[in-house]
Design a protein around this ligand. Structure first.
Ligand SMILES: C[S@@+](CC[C@H](N)C(=O)[O-])C[C@H]1O[C@@H](n2cnc3c(N)ncnc32)[C@H](O)[C@@H]1O
Length: 248
């Protein structure tokens, strides 16, 4: 479990790419309030460095964060000491009884865990449905096909003591996105280089909504969390477990 979001990329994601989680949080808290979920446990799958957990605990919820990256969990534990964090794959861990499940920042698209390498994550949705209390809600976002419209794109982002270079290539036949990531982080007088390759399966929001319906959820597809508009070719899904569960 050490190959992805290793120490330097976890650090860079936390300091340089925290907007997505922090700007999504007010909209997510609004959705929870609209569903009358004002307290209790939120399980955050792919919690990263604990940015959402920090906002949810500030709002009075208990949070269990789960992430496959040990360096991400290390940052999360330091950031939010009053939340609980576990290292594990969201496709395999036990999800305890809870009022809400969140997964922010296209975590479900990643193919880090061979268990995720199936057509749609229906087993995960069944596990979430069983864990949620009636009236509970699962809020998550996904990357859809159309991340890279032509060929290969290359770009970079820099901070005070780091640079990250990203090359993206989409295979439209297989709905796969490959991201080659090179990081340089200053350590003393020198810059340390590291490399990661991330594969993601891209899902159409309507296909995911069909899977969620099949499991028993009521589903809404959004293009923003409150005032925060999601990036191009991203969708948020709000999956509610009915208050009276007809399948029981
Ligand atoms: C783009 S980051 C988002 C992190 C965080 N939710 C945020 O918004 O800042 C994606 C996260 O998903 C995690 N992840 C990917 N596949 C996973 C899996 N199978 N199980 C648990 N975590 C996973 C990564 O380690 C990473 O922390």
């Amino acid at each position: 479990m050490q190959e992805y979001y290793k120490e330097d990329l976890a650090f860079i994601h936390d300091v340089g790419f925290n907007d997505y989680a922090l700007k999504s949080a007010p909209g997510i808290l609004e959705i929870l309030a609209q569903h009358n979920i004002r307290e209790g446990l939120i399980v955050d799958l792919g919690c990263g460095s604990g940015l959402s957990a920090q906002e949810f605990t500030k709002a009075g919820y208990h949070v269990l964060g789960i992430d496959i990256s040990e360096p991400m969990i290390k940052i999360a534990r330091a950031r939010v000491p009053n939340a609980e964090f576990r290292i594990g794959s969201l496709f395999q861990v036990d999800i305890p009884p809870c009022n809400a499940v969140t997964s922010i920042g296209e975590c479900l698209n990643y193919l880090f865990d061979p268990q995720s390498n199936c057509q749609t994550p229906i087993n995960l949705f069944q596990r979430i449905y069983s864990a949620l209390t009636p009236g509970g809600v699962c809020i998550f976002d996904i990357a859809e096909p159309g991340q890279v419209t032509q060929g290969i794109t290359k770009g970079f982002t820099e901070g005070q003591d780091w640079v990250v270079l990203v090359e993206k290539e989409e295979n439209p036949e297989q709905n796969l996105l490959k991201r080659r990531i090179i990081t340089f982080r200053q350590v003393g007088e020198h810059y340390r280089r590291d490399d990661e390759i991330h594969y993601q399966r891209l899902y159409k929001a309507t296909d995911i909504a069909d899977e969620l319906h099949r499991v028993g959820f009521q589903v809404e597809i959004l293009r923003s969390y409150g005032e925060y508009s999601l990036p191009k070719a991203h969708a948020a899904l709000i999956a509610s477990k009915p208050k009276s569960d007809a399948s029981c």
